[in-house]
Design a protein around this ligand. Structure first.
Ligand SMILES: Nc1ncnc2c1ncn2[C@@H]1O[C@H](COP(=O)(O)OP(=O)(O)OP(=O)(O)O)[C@@H](O)[C@H]1O
Length: 586
């Protein structure tokens, strides 16, 4: 969608308001153009009145007062017209940008995990902040002024041509040059603004990343490097902003210069009309004075529009950047997908090949099967592709070739909502959302009875811990006093998953920062949650691996060994060696 189309998409619902705004602008322009005439008339009447009064000591104030009344009426009407413009524009801006914000968020919720993996959070966030702000500010502040100036220009054109056609053309002679020069400057400013917004996005991304990684920065003493990195990006923002400002700043004086040049042309041409064209001197002089004023009146709005251009630019760039998000592909769905009612026989990976980046295969011809109720442990060194298998099972990404099947049905033929409603996922770094523990456990399942929630928490081995908290299930997650450990967070998210009663489970065990008490709780919770469910576990603990029905060892995207623990030990291969060294894939 082009930028004008983008704006029209959001503004078309307010055609009536925009029409009223336009009429009000034309009306107030008319009043503004008219006002000098009435002011002149008032002076004229006042002079007449004063003349008569001084001569005769009596005079009629009536004509003067009626012009003054008219003038007051004119200003009041103009005030009303401007008030209507502003209030309506604020309403249209508020509503349309609100719709943009809603649509943007809705779009984010439909986008692929790939997009989030490939873009920094801050960069995405800056579309909600600076880009939307720029659009809103411009619509609120610059749009009415630009429209007013346009209408002024048209008004002046009409008046000029009704007075003298030859002189009008002389006044406009230089305007193509003015338009060409300003178009060039605007184009350059546009480029700089685009770079500026791009750089602001990158800077936001950087800040966001560093804030979330602050602990790592402090513990590794990386403060100075972090500041240096910030300064590099900040400098880029400064450079692009400056460049944009230079071009925008160039516009105003250039247009002023052209306007002065134009005045000279008008005087020269007017003089020629009188001297060589045989025009009456007094008429000619009046015409020159009139057109000098018109020339200034014509170039003034043109200059103002140009000076408002940098603001319009920011809004255009903002619209383009929002549009970039709207055109990103949604999650892939084949036509005519079906629903499933869970795993009834097995989940299988058949000749699965996958790469995040073309030419760099991450999974190579993977074949894997989990019978209903079985627990399959995925083990292997870091980067071997374990998380990728999980990403594919959940269809965060789609396989390049081969297929993942549930009961023989390709998961790409199952609708995403249906597939995901039967899959439960517990991530290594569990995410808790703001709100209470209760909110986090019943997440997305608000009508759930209290006893079900407590039962889930008991199975997840977290109920006892929650009961030791003063406010129990109503303890706020973001409360300063209740910082949960990684293990506790994982237990809460296990309770959340248990409550959704999935038939296929994907678990990534937490490895770090878990004390022994929490570790044994997690172990218990894991045993409870996998009971009776088909599950894939990225296992880091020996105990989990020993509990698995089947173990798959991945290395560089390939299955290098598979079988039960005993079988793998007997095979005396990669697994056996790691086991004997007590190095269990931590
Ligand atoms: N979003 C991504 N884009 C590009 N490459 C990726 C992406 N995610 C992972 N990879 C690459 O894919 C390979 C497998 O990664 P994966 O996360 O599946 O490994 P893993 O076995 O789960 O590792 P770990 O135990 O460290 O979590 C790695 O080489 C990794 O660099």
């Amino acid at each position: 969608m082009s930028v004008p189309k983008f704006f029209w998409f959001y503004l078309r619902a307010y055609k009536l308001q925009l029409l009223v705004i336009t009429v009000a602008i034309i009306f107030s322009t008319y009043l503004q153009v008219k006002a000098p005439q009435y002011t002149g008339k008032a002076i004229e009447e006042l002079t007449k009145y004063a003349g008569t009064y001084f001569a005769t000591k009596t005079a009629d104030k009536g004509p003067f007062l009626s012009v003054i009344k008219l003038l007051v009426g004119l200003y009041v009407l103009n005030w009303i017209a401007m008030f209507v413009q502003n209030i309506l524009m604020s309403a249209v801006t508020g509503k349309s940008t609100n719709k943009m914000r809603i649509n943007l968020f809705k779009k984010l919720e439909k986008m692929t995990i790939q997009y989030f993996d490939n873009h920094q959070d801050g960069e995405i966030l800056s579309r909600f902040t600076s880009d939307l702000d720029n659009i809103s500010n411009t619509m609120n502040q610059a749009l009415i002024q630009v429209m007013t100036n346009f209408s002024m220009m048209i008004g002046v054109l009409i008046m000029m041509f009704s007075e003298n056609v030859q002189m009008s053309w002389a006044t406009l002679a230089i305007s193509p040059v003015a338009i060409l020069i300003s178009a060039y400057i605007i184009k350059q400013a546009e480029k700089s603004v685009a770079v500026q917004q791009e750089n602001v996005g990158k800077l936001n991304g950087y800040i966001n990343e560093k804030i979330s990684g602050q602990k790592v920065i402090i513990t590794n003493g990386l403060e100075d490097e972090t500041i240096e990195g910030f300064e590099v990006l900040n400098k880029e923002v400064k450079k692009a902003t400056f460049k944009g400002q230079v071009y925008s700043g160039l516009l105003f004086p250039t247009m002023q210069g052209i306007s002065i040049l134009n005045t000279a042309i008008v005087i020269f041409f007017g003089g020629w009309l009188v001297l060589d064209g045989g025009m009456d001197k007094a008429v000619g002089l009046g015409l020159i004075v009139m057109f000098i004023q018109y020339s200034q009146q014509f170039y003034m709005p043109l200059t103002q529009i140009s000076s408002q251009f940098s603001m319009l630019q920011l809004a255009f760039t903002g619209a383009r950047r929002l549009n970039e998000i709207f055109v990103v592909d949604d999650e892939f769905e084949r036509p005519n997908t079906t629903s499933i009612n869970g795993v009834n026989e097995e989940v299988s990976l058949e000749n699965v090949n996958f790469s995040y980046v073309e030419g760099k295969p991450v999974l190579k011809n993977v074949n894997l099967k989990a019978k209903k109720g079985q627990m399959v442990a995925l083990v292997g060194p870091t980067g071997s592709g374990k998380t990728t298998v999980m990403n594919l099972l959940n269809r965060f990404y789609n396989v390049d070739s081969g297929a993942i099947k549930i009961d023989g049905q390709d998961i790409r033929d199952i609708s995403l909502p249906s597939l995901r409603s039967h899959i439960g996922i517990v991530l290594q770094e569990s995410v808790l959302f703001s709100g209470t523990i209760r909110d986090n456990i019943v997440f997305g399942n608000r009508d759930v009875p209290e006893e079900n929630m407590i039962s889930a928490a008991k199975q997840a081995n977290i109920h006892e811990f929650i009961m030791t908290l003063d406010e129990g299930y109503d303890t706020k997650i973001n409360d300063e006093n209740s910082v949960f450990s990684v293990g506790q967070k994982q237990l809460i998210s296990i309770a959340r998953t248990i409550l959704t009663d999935p038939s296929l489970l994907i678990l990534d065990e937490a490895t770090s920062n878990v004390d022994t008490v929490t570790e044994s709780r997690i172990q218990k919770a894991m045993e409870n949650i996998v009971k009776g469910r088909t599950s894939f576990v990225i296992a880091h603990r020996l105990k989990t691996i020993l509990n698995a029905d089947y173990i798959v060892v991945l290395n560089q995207g390939e299955i290098i060994e598979e079988g039960t623990h005993e079988e793998l030990i007997a095979a005396k291969g990669f697994y056996a060696e790691l086991y004997e060294n007590q190095f269990v894939f931590e």
